[in-house]
Each structure stands twice: as structure tokens, then as C-alpha cells.
Design a protein around this ligand. Structure first.
Ligand SMILES: NC(=O)c1ccc[n+]([C@@H]2O[C@H](COP(=O)([O-])OP(=O)(O)OC[C@H]3O[C@@H](n4cnc5c(N)ncnc54)[C@H](OP(=O)(O)O)[C@@H]3O)[C@@H](O)[C@H]2O)c1
Length: 275
């Protein structure tokens, strides 16, 4: 056989000892689930966790193609990922998501509760359906995902990052239900940080400002005069991109954040939306 691996014929000299400890990726050997990762902020988070060495379950609800694109991009960069469909507002689907995650990767180290919806509605147009759609996914889904996840964290603990919003501490007219759901995310995070600390499981939120995603475009807020008006109030002068959020999530997932729990990180170009 020809080539550098034929010891007899090769003139190439390989080092006799290979240093196996050169993997400097912060999340090497870790397993993560990111809910709602077929697009937007979740997709950027999944790619960033994988770039730091984590194996990532890319959860989606209906956008299979989007999730598979994220998985293919991660694999193309030498990472590990799997797309798993589940509506994470439903307990039975969450249980199936975890069964498939166990099969694919085994134990869990990182959970990112990102899947969420945001629809604005003035008081007179709020319906029970509008309320339950937000709370079933943004709050109940997050609780049920966390309940299932902690069964799979090992004795070393882990990190849970909940994607909240700057609106959780703001008062934007027409956003009562969405704002209430994200304020609940912040509150649940503080409670669970205390409840799970003894098991070395850290729980934090990342609270993005306005981020240009498919979901934001669907609301009509990503363009035109509305965008200009928002950008004029952001100290750093622009709305965010999904890549602006992902590094904070990687940090909170990593050992660098080992003494941080129960915190909320505002990533919003300097805008604290308190009027
Ligand atoms: N964009 C912003 O300005 C902004 C600001 C602050 C906070 N946030 C928060 O950031 C998170 C992501 O927002 P985004 O703008 O990236 O949203 P997006 O573009 O609308 O993407 C939403 C993602 O969630 C998934 N999803 C929706 N319902 C689901 C369900 N029931 N089960 C599982 N997955 C579901 C979608 O999957 P399918 O495509 O398969 O349905 C998609 O992957 C949300 O929690 C949102 O509240 C966003």
C-alpha cells in the first residue's frame, strides 16, 4: 500500500506521542437539546453549541426541512446533530423527544428551552385560545421539558437556558399575554435555579431584544417604519441577529458559567425596554 500510512515506504516522520488533550472546545463530550431549532434564534444556538463540540438534538414542530438543513450544516462542519420532531407544548410528544434523544446520544448535559411564540393583541381582542397558545408553549412546555430533562442529567449536573425576552420587564401596549408568559419564564427560572442547585443543575435566562428571524418577519415588525422606530431607541443602533444571542447561550452552557444560576442576561443592543 502506498501513502504516508505505510510505515516501511513513507519518509514522513509522525510524532511518536500524540497529545490527545488538545481539544479546547468548551462543550466537547456534552449532549444538548435545543427546542425550536429549525430556524431563527434556536437554529443559531444549535449551530453554536455544536461548534463548541456538543452533540445537539435539533427539535422542530413542523419545519422538517429547516431542521434537516441545520443538522446538515452542523455535520458538514464536523459536528454531531439529529433532528427530532415534537410539539413541545404536549407532554406525550416531549416524552417521545426524550426517548429518541436517549437513543441518539444517551445522557443530557444542556437543555435550551427556546421554542416560543409571540403574537400581539390589545386587551379587547385577547381570547382564551390566544392565552393558552402562549402559556401552553412558552411556560407549560418549558416546565414539562425541564421535568423530563432532569431525569437525564448525571451526577455532574448540567445547564438549562430558557429563552425569555426583554419584554418580560417592559410594558409594551398590546403585549399583555406574551409579556406575562415571558415574565413567568423569568420567575420559573429563579425558582428552579434554587430548586435544582443541590443537583448542580444551573438555570438561567437569556432575554433577547428584537431579533431578525423568520418569526419576527411573520409578525410584520422586522421592516418598515416600525423597525426604524425601534432601532432609533436601541443604543447600539440596530436590531439583533440570531448570531448575537447564541454566544451568550454557549457561555451559560459551559463550565465558564459554573457559578452562575438564577440570572437573566439581557442581550438587546443596550435597550432595557422599561418605558
Ligand atoms: N425574534 C425576536 O425578536 C425575539 C425576541 C425576544 C425573544 N424571542 C424568543 O426567542 C425564541 C425564538 O424566537 P424566534 O424569533 O427565533 O422564533 P421563530 O423564528 O418563529 O422560530 C420558532 C421556532 O420554534 C419552533 N416551534 C414553534 N412552536 C413549537 C412547538 N410547539 N414545539 C416545538 N417547536 C416549536 C419552530 O419550529 P417549526 O418551524 O417547525 O414550527 C421554530 O423552530 C422564542 O421563545 C421567542 O419568544 C424572540
Amino acid at each position: 500500500m502506498a501513502g504516508p500510512f505505510n510505515e516501511n515506504k513513507s519518509k514522513l516522520k509522525f510524532p511518536t506521542k500524540i497529545n490527545m488533550s488538545t481539544n479546547t472546545k468548551k462543550l466537547a463530550g456534552k449532549n444538548a437539546i435545543v427546542t425550536g431549532a429549525s430556524k431563527g434564534i434556536g437554529a443559531a444556538i444549535a449551530k453554536a453549541l455544536a461548534a463548541e463540540g456538543a452533540a445537539v438534538v435539533v427539535n422542530y414542530s413542523s419545519s422538517r426541512e429547516g431542521a434537516e438543513r441545520v443538522v446538515a450544516e452542523i455535520a458538514g462542519n464536523g459536528g454531531r446533530a439529529a433532528a427530532v420532531q415534537a410539539n413541545v407544548a404536549k407532554k406525550a410528544e416531549i416524552e417521545r423527544l426524550f426517548t429518541e434523544t436517549r437513543k441518539a446520544f444517551g445522557a443530557l448535559d444542556i437543555l435550551v428551552n427556546n421554542a416560543g411564540i409571540y403574537e400581539f393583541s390589545p386587551l379587547e381582542r385577547i381570547t382564551e385560545e390566544h392565552f393558552h397558545r402562549h402559556f401552553d408553549l412558552n411556560v407549560l412546555g418549558l416546565l414539562l421539558m425541564t421535568q423530563e430533562a432532569i431525569k437525564d442529567f448525571n451526577a455532574a449536573g448540567g445547564s438549562i437556558i430558557n429563552i425569555s425576552s426583554v419584554v418580560s420587564t417592559a410594558a409594551i401596549p398590546g403585549s399583555s399575554v406574551y409579556t406575562a408568559s415571558k415574565a413567568a419564564v423569568d420567575a420559573v427560572t429563579r425558582v428552579l435555579a434554587r430548586e435544582l442547585a443541590g443537583r448542580k443543575i444551573r438555570v438561567n435566562t437569556v432575554n433577547p431584544g428584537m431579533i431578525e428571524t423568520e418569526g419576527l418577519h411573520a409578525t410584520g415588525m422586522a421592516g418598515g417604519d416600525f423597525r426604524k422606530q425601534v432601532e432609533s431607541q436601541i443604543p447600539l443602533g440596530r436590531i439583533g441577529q440570531p448570531q448575537d444571542i447564541a454566544p451568550a447561550v454557549v457561555f451559560l452552557a459551559s463550565p465558564d458559567a459554573g457559578w452562575i444560576t438564577g440570572e437573566s442576561y439581557y442581550i438587546s443592543g443596550g435597550m432595557r425596554a422599561n418605558p
